[in-house]
Design a binder for this molecule. Structure first.
Ligand SMILES: C[S@@+](CC[C@H](N)C(=O)[O-])C[C@H]1O[C@@H](n2cnc3c(N)ncnc32)[C@H](O)[C@@H]1O
Length: 222
């Protein structure tokens, strides 16, 4: 995940302090698992969400990027942080809540990896535990693709994120139940959306790319 190694330094300046997402998450947790105490965030990044949750929960985080994790270590010193792949992370604990926010699941590119991730989360959940996640749907990505590049000024820098689509084919070997096939979305196209962090003259961000692929039949929210 080299993009996040570059992005880590600027992530919080660009993405904010995570307070809004944390409040929303807290409401969901209280509704689903009010007695929950032990929480794991997959793709915890710089710990923006965990820093707010650490007061009410025992928090752990998994992320692939060592640069993102080193920011998180400063911000959430009490958290147990693991540099692992969320697809097949190995942590001995059981969790009342596992969460994965800011469409981080969209970083997982293969259907087989989605299945492993969900099976793994299921194994790590304590009885009655819940998994809370959000994803970018195909519809949302189509909106983002059609929209002009997102430009964000921060300090003396400029960040430009432009999402573009590359049609790819879903392997025929993937069995998809009909109920996950909305008529408007044919099964064949998956959306592959490379996101480019580009540099403006004064920007300190190096040009780099993140590729996201979204399986439309997993639409949960938009
Ligand atoms: C959109 S950011 C979310 C950051 C975090 N939720 C926060 O509040 O700061 C996505 C994060 O997921 C991590 N990531 C992407 N793919 C991953 C994977 N397969 N396993 C673990 N972490 C991953 C990236 O390194 C990045 O930190």
């Amino acid at each position: 995940m080299p993009a996040y190694e570059v992005f880590a330094k600027f992530y919080d300046a660009v993405m904010g302090d995570g307070s809004e997402a944390s409040s929303h998450l807290t409401r969901l947790i209280q509704a689903a698992q009010p007695a929950g105490n032990n929480l794991l965030e997959l793709g915890c990044g710089t710990g923006s969400v965990l820093q707010h949750l650490q007061h009410d929960y025992r928090v752990s985080g998994v992320d692939l990027s060592s640069a993102m994790l080193s920011v998180a270590r400063r911000k959430v010193p009490k958290a147990k942080l693991f540099r692992q792949n969320m697809v097949d992370f190995k942590i001995a604990d059981q969790f009342d809540v596992v969460c994965c926010v800011y469409d981080t699941i969209n970083h997982v590119q293969r259907f087989s990896q989605w299945k492993r991730l969900f099976a793994n989360v299921c194994r790590r959940l304590a009885p009655g535990g819940c998994f809370i996640f959000d994803i970018n749907t195909q519809r949302k990505l189509q909106r983002v693709i059609a929209a002009p590049p997102w430009v964000h000024r921060f300090e003396k820098n400029l960040l430009i994120i432009d999402v573009t689509a590359l049609p790819t084919r879903l392997p025929a070997s993937i069995p998809v139940p009909p109920k996950f096939r909305p008529p408007a979305l044919s099964m064949t196209p998956l959306m592959s959306a490379p996101i480019t962090f580009e540099t403006a003259p004064k920007a300190v961000l190096a040009a780099t790319r993140v590729t996201k692929r979204v399986a439309a039949f997993f639409c949960v929210t938009s």
